[in-house]
Design a protein around this ligand. Structure first.
Ligand SMILES: Cc1cc2nc3c(=O)[nH]c(=O)nc-3n(C[C@H](O)[C@H](O)[C@H](O)COP(=O)(O)OP(=O)(O)OC[C@H]3O[C@@H](n4cnc5c(N)ncnc54)[C@H](O)[C@@H]3O)c2cc1C
Length: 670
């Protein structure tokens, strides 16, 4: 990457607002900037779109969001504030936190109005530690409405083939969970979040250029006025009159930066390999300060030979296998070291130091399971049962397995015996696994007694393997203010430069992580960056948002004055799917629908459908994961029916009872 780029004689493209990175924050910003009258471009380094967000659950954390209000789920700004203050361990910034909480609900409502994205609250998915002050038992976390978004995006794909460029994981990320997320046909979770935002961009006529990495910022008289990118093997200069947004993700694939900033020597990215900290470097080159660089969403991974992404070796996420009954993690002493059902605690164990030996206390770490586990849950690419692979070790006794893994046999035996004794009672006095609502949610069988997260390892043979330290995102990054402007080392905003996604430090919440904060932060601060770059005050932006959708750009131009009007784009031709206000529910009894996975877990368990004015309220569990009410308009309902009558779905539905019966008889004969 070149370090200093002078102003080129000729620009290849001139826009108001240039976004680097097709992350959720980047795409949100692009849509908002366009709404406010700015001509906008999105540059993406990879040939595929959506980055690590496309791999994700697509969950965002927005306290007091309007869906909670619609569904009568209680929450308060004060409670959310208290929760972050209590759990951030003093590393958040009060002003950034206030902005997150105040602007989050506004951003969500606006994004649902200006893009086809529709979110729904995960009503029973709690904050990680919901029992701590200000914690919530559900509703703050939202995920893309799976049925509505999946069908909408599938339908849109034929008209907008660029949607099919949204990243798909090279192997099932949720490997133990046979979710449709793993099925390339499906737009759910992170693919639906990116899909909704990308469709918004495309429908507005915003150019999204893949295979075009941003390389350096161009500064004139102290202001960032554009950037140098690469396109088709040559320099591609983009002039950005109102600003450049860096939304290039984290730096987890940059080994050198990991070594400089992280507390663990070797970390493997579970995001796409383009997340090498390009935005961090570009920001630092022009004087940007960085913060919280040692913060990462560490997760256990395994190396399965042949697993690759974009031609590079990839470590497979292993978290979804862990925390189920019948398995534990142990350190090199053969001793447990964390609450296996709570990945942040595994991250803490990865980073712990042995104060006597001045060595990592728990590395390498090992995963130990029994045959009961293997009878119920696939192990990566290995199906349920007894099939083996080179990367998995087996022992007829715990001691034999310990020998094979190089662990002290007596220690491992003692560890398993102690764990088993309490697990049978549903208890874990050592690490309190399975005590919280969040821990219990990991269990694939939520009704399992006495505890869905606990069960003994008592059926031989036993299996084990070494784990590696992975991450779903390094979170530290450029210091930004409440307008998402990058701050320099002297504390001043760098004119024309903005950052969001994991490229910006999470100053709004510090160490107070709950699922969805990465996505929430990325979208809120991307949205604010667009607003600030447009020069429109937040009050004026609210007025623009109130204007009818087709007239919004006119309103934006009026609010922003002649400068923006001169560079604005035609609003005509925008095809927007807007979300209507919710109507009161008028209950009508409906019939349930159930679709099962091969292993008997439910993909869709629709308990009932109720008519609510011109809308339908559907209640049930989706993918064994969410228990929720879905509001869907009549068009959405017909879309869902069309999805259900797709030939592949019919085959799937017909085969499900067969698989279920087969498994039922197998389990009875064991
Ligand atoms: C399995 C899994 C589940 C997860 N679940 C959740 C969840 O539910 N909620 C949540 O909040 N987080 C979740 N995460 C974490 C989060 O999704 C990741 O940390 C994600 O990478 C964060 O995205 P981002 O916004 O930082 O950028 P990304 O989505 O990673 O996007 C960055 C983009 O920038 C591009 N880029 C990089 N350099 C350049 C350049 N020089 N020029 C142009 N483009 C560039 C990259 O190619 C990439 O497309 C999950 C992660 C995983 C892997």
């Amino acid at each position: 990457m070149s370090r200093h780029v002078s102003v080129p004689e000729k620009w290849d493209l001139e826009v108001d607002f240039a976004v680097a990175g097709s992350s959720a924050g980047g795409l949100t910003a692009a849509c908002k900037a366009h709404e406010l009258g700015l001509s906008t471009v999105v540059l993406e380094k990879a040939a595929t779109l959506g980055g690590g967000t496309a791999f994700s659950g697509g969950v965002i954390w927005i306290p007091c969001n309007h869906h909670m209000v619609e569904e009568d789920i209680p929450d308060s700004r004060q409670a959310a504030l208290e929760h972050i203050r209590y759990t951030s361990m003093g590393r958040h910034d009060e002003e950034m936190l206030a902005t997150y909480l105040d602007k989050g609900p506004e951003m969500l409502r606006d994004v649902e109005a200006i893009t086809p994205l529709r979110m729904q609250p995960a009503t029973t998915l709690p904050d990680y530690r919901e029992y701590l002050p200000g914690g919530s038992t559900g509703g703050r976390l939202l995920a893309p409405d799976p049925l509505y978004m999946a069908q909408l995006l599938l339908d849109a794909e034929s008209e907008y083939p660029i949607l099919s460029k949204i990243r798909r994981s090279p192997f099932p990320l949720f490997s133990a969970v046979p979710l449709p997320t793993n099925d390339p046909r499906f737009y759910v979770a992170g693919r639906a979040l990116i899909g909704g935002l990308l469709l918004g961009c495309i429908q507005k006529g915003i150019e999204v250029l893949d295979s075009t990495p941003a390389r350096s910022l161009i500064v004139q008289d102290g202001r960032v006025i554009g950037l140098r990118a690469e396109r088709e093997g040559r320099d591609f200069f983009v002039k950005a009159n109102k600003g450049v947004l860096l939304a290039t993700g984290g730096y987890e694939w940059n080994a050198e930066m990991n070594k400089r900033f992280m507390r663990v020597a070797e970390i493997h990215g579970i995001t796409p390999p383009g997340n090498e900290g390009d935005g961090h470097t570009m920001g630092m080159e022009v004087g940007g300060a960085v913060a919280l660089m040692d913060l990462s969403l560490l997760m256990p991974t395994v190396r399965i030979p042949g697993d690759e992404i974009d031609g590079k070796p990839m470590y497979r996420i292993w978290q979804f296998n862990i925390g189920q009954p019948g398995n534990i993690l142990v350190n090199k002493e053969g001793k447990r070291c964390c609450d296996e059902a709570f990945y942040p605690d595994i991250g803490r164990a990865f980073e712990s130091m042995d104060a006597q030996k001045l060595q990592p206390a728990n590395l390498p770490m090992f995963w130990i399971v029994d045959q009961n586990f293997r009878d119920r849950i696939p192990v990566g690419p290995l199906p349920k049962g007894t099939e083996m692979a080179d990367w998995l070790h087996k022992g007829d006794t715990i001691e034999e397995l310990a020998e094979k893994l190089g662990l002290p046999p007596a220690n491992l035996k003692e560890t398993v015996e102690r764990f088993n004794k309490y697990a049978r009672e549903g208890l874990d006095p050592d690490f309190r696994r399975g005590e919280t609502g969040y821990d219990k949610r990991w269990g694939f069988w939520p009704n399992r007694k006495p505890n869905p997260a606990l069960g003994p390892l008592d059926k031989p043979p036993f299996y084990g393997m070494q784990l590696h330290v992975g991450t779903v995102g390094n979170m530290g990054g450029l210091v930004t203010n409440t307008n998402a402007q990058v701050i320099d080392v002297a504390g001043n905003p760098i004119p024309g430069l903005y950052a969001t996604s994991n490229t910006a430090a999470p100053l709004a919440f510090g160490l107070a992580y709950t699922s969805g904060m990465v996505g929430g932060k990325a979208m809120i601060f991307g949205w604010l960056a667009a607003q600030h770059a447009s020069g429109i005050t937040s009050e004026a932006a609210k007025e623009v948002a109130k204007a009818p959708v087709p007239g919004r750009q006119v309103a934006a131009r009026e609010a922003a004055g002649a400068a923006i009007a001169a560079s604005g784009q035609a609003a005509a031709g925008n095809k927007l799917v807007s979300v209507g206000e919710s109507a009161p529910v008028e209950a009508v009894r409906g019939k349930g629908i159930r679709i099962l996975n091969e292993d008997g877990s439910s993909v869709l368990d629709l308990e009932g459908i109720e008519k609510a004015g011109d809308r339908l309220c559907m209640k049930g569990r989706l993918m064994g994961s969410f228990s929720t009410n879905m509001y869907i308009d009549a068009t959405g309902f017909y879309r869902m029916l069309r999805m259900l009558i797709r030939p592949s779905t019919i085959v799937f539905a017909l085969l499900s009872p067969v698989y279920w019966l087969r498994d039922f008889y197998r389990s009875r004969s064991k």
